[in-house]
Design a protein. Structure first.
Lengths: 113, 115
């Protein structure tokens, strides 16, 4: 079965420190990977996506993610966290053999001042 | 460009009733997708419409239906509401040319509470 896993329900980081939000996937075929962020009482906002090409993808608000095919991972990173980065983060995958997008369970990122 | 709008933002219904939610996509976008978000099940894909046709469908019962109009606006209908239908319903629009790689832009959602 196709799936996306976000192994950490919560990630806590001090402001100014680097942050990583993990995502792994299990799919057959080539994956198209996405990261979204959700602030309280809001819809999802697009951060970045991997379609093909360079494994390091840069996105909005200083975020980046690295596609690692051998480890089937697509971790979200930021060199220096801001308190305003505190939110719920979702990883998602689409594949050509499935007619839907699959979201991970979400990771709550908390940045302390 | 104006973003994706959803109406109403909040809705309270009782079991057995039906409800219709509306979504207006970003101008020029031809694809509209619907999602259900709950604390227990997370984000689940309901269906996607492109050029007035349902292009993709998730694993929800037939009580959940939708349609898209010629101006790309979309409505979602849930009949015979159950307590478990209480959720945040999100709509997302995208250009529509490539379902696999298009970026989706989400609306703020409609919070449905079923009593």
């Amino acid at each position: 079965a196709q799936s996306v896993a976000q192994p950490e329900d919560q990630v806590n980081v001090a402001e100014g420190n680097p942050l990583t939000v993990k995502c792994t996937y299990s799919v057959s075929g080539n994956p198209y990977l996405f990261w979204y962020v959700q602030y309280p009482n809001r819809g999802l906002q697009f951060l970045l996506k991997y379609i093909t090409g360079d494994n390091l993808v840069k996105g909005s608000y200083g975020f980046e993610a690295e596609f690692n095919k051998s480890q089937t991972s697509f971790h979200l990173k930021k060199p220096s966290a801001l308190v305003s980065d505190s939110a719920l983060y979702f990883c998602a995958v689409r594949i050509s053999s499935a007619s839907k997008i699959i979201f991970g369970s979400g990771t709550r990122l908390s940045i302390r001042p | 460009k104006a973003g994706v709008t959803q109406t109403p933002r909040y809705l309270i219904k009782t079991r057995g009733q039906q409800v219709t939610l509306s979504c207006s996509p970003i101008s020029g976008h031809r694809s509209v997708s619907w999602y259900q978000q709950t604390p227990g099940q997370g984000l689940q894909f309901l269906f996607e419409y492109f050029s007035e046709t349902q292009r993709n469908k998730g694993n929800f019962p037939g009580r959940f239906s939708g349609r898209q109009f010629s101006n790309s606006r979309s409505e979602m209908n849930v009949s015979t509401l159950e307590l478990g239908d209480s959720a945040l319903y999100l709509c997302a629009s995208s250009p529509g040319a490539d379902y696999l790689t298009d970026t989706q832009y989400f609306g703020p959602g409609t919070r449905l509470t079923v009593l």
